[in-house]
Design a protein around this ligand. Structure first.
Ligand SMILES: C[S@@+](CC[C@H](N)C(=O)[O-])C[C@H]1O[C@@H](n2cnc3c(N)ncnc32)[C@H](O)[C@@H]1O
Length: 295
């Protein structure tokens, strides 16, 4: 029987405690600062920050170095704090878990006096909100809006369809891709993937099971004493292949995609890759520069 827990509890501890959780938010934070710097005099654009997996805002986690519990601010919190040279005009924070969404609301109210900024907290599925946002951006009002979005899931919650609907829009999208922790774990060594897992892969990658199997597996023949045996073998470097495939998929929707930033856990295992997709060449350059400095 397959273990359907794709993200195990140790990974969640790593997620909150690992230094890399800070690193990923640092990258997006640095990018947001550069973005606002470029947009500082372009007041005719309404700027929207969209955080698709916002969390509760203030997170307690174990500090790897000191082994003490420490508080850290979520991606959305850090970006809401930016005021200079300008701030975003609107913040749209999506958190599916109702309890966390309420905590986020309380935390934002106590820290930022929400009234002073236009902050919307929505407890729904990020996939739905990405589709809604794409419709808004195509509407008359939305055409004056530029978006910086960050989608930061634990696992394989983002459907390819929700990314696809952003084609041609004014959106710079940072996406955390669960390469090692999600997709690669579903791609079983022997190719014997349950229907349930294959559906997850198809949804995340927007590809048919045949294309997925042809890309990640090859047929091999072994000569034995009593004749040939054919078997399916997973290709080497499957995590790198996932990144390359997803980058190609993003390039079908966005004109420019950054280099991937690799996030490893404390044991050196590749867990996620962070990428920026945009229709703006400068966006790609800035993202690559930030990523290079972090490497
Ligand atoms: C990795 S955490 C987000 C971390 C956050 N960006 C930060 O900097 O602290 C993912 C969050 O997404 C929420 N979530 C899970 N599935 C979701 C979905 N389909 N839509 C929106 N939020 C979801 C989880 O409850 C969790 O709080």
């Amino acid at each position: 029987m397959q273990d359907d827990k794709i993200l195990v509890s140790e990974d969640i501890n790593e997620y909150w405690g690992g230094e890399w959780t800070e690193t990923k938010n640092d990258i997006v934070y640095k990018y947001a600062n550069a973005y606002l710097q470029i947009m500082k005099d372009k007041k005719y654009w309404k700027l929207l920050y969209f955080d698709g997996f916002a969390g509760e805002g203030i997170v307690k986690g174990l500090d790897e170095k000191s082994q003490d519990m420490k508080e850290r601010f979520s991606s959305a919190f850090r970006i809401i704090e930016i005021d200079k040279p300008r701030s975003f005009d609107m913040y749209y924070l999506v958190e599916l878990n109702k309890k966390k969404a309420k905590e986020l609301d309380d935390n934002i109210n106590s820290k930022f006096l929400k009234k002073t900024k236009s902050i919307f907290i929505i407890s729904e599925d990020c996939n739905k909100k990405l589709v809604d946002m794409s419709k808004y951006l195509q509407s008359k009002n939305g055409q004056k809006t530029k978006v910086l979005a960050f989608v930061d899931p634990y696992g394989m919650e983002i459907n390819w369809e929700s990314i696809e609907c952003l084609k041609g829009l004014s959106i710079d999208l940072w996406i955390l891709l669960p390469t090692g922790i999600g997709i690669n774990r579903l791609l079983k060594r022997d190719g014997n993937i349950s229907d349930e897992w294959m559906i997850k892969l198809e949804k995340a990658l927007g590809l048919s099971s045949k294309i997925i199997k042809d890309y990640f597996y090859k047929k091999e023949i072994e000569n034995t004493l009593f004749g040939e045996i054919s078997f399916t073998k997973k290709q080497e470097n499957s995590i790198d292949k996932i990144v390359s495939l997803y980058k190609d998929r993003l390039s079908e929707i966005f004109e420019y995609v950054s280099n991937p930033y690799e996030l490893k856990n404390s044991n050196g295992n590749k867990m996620y890759h962070l990428l920026l997709a945009s229709n703006n060449k400068t966006a790609q350059k800035i993202a690559n520069d930030i990523i290079k400095l972090k490497n």
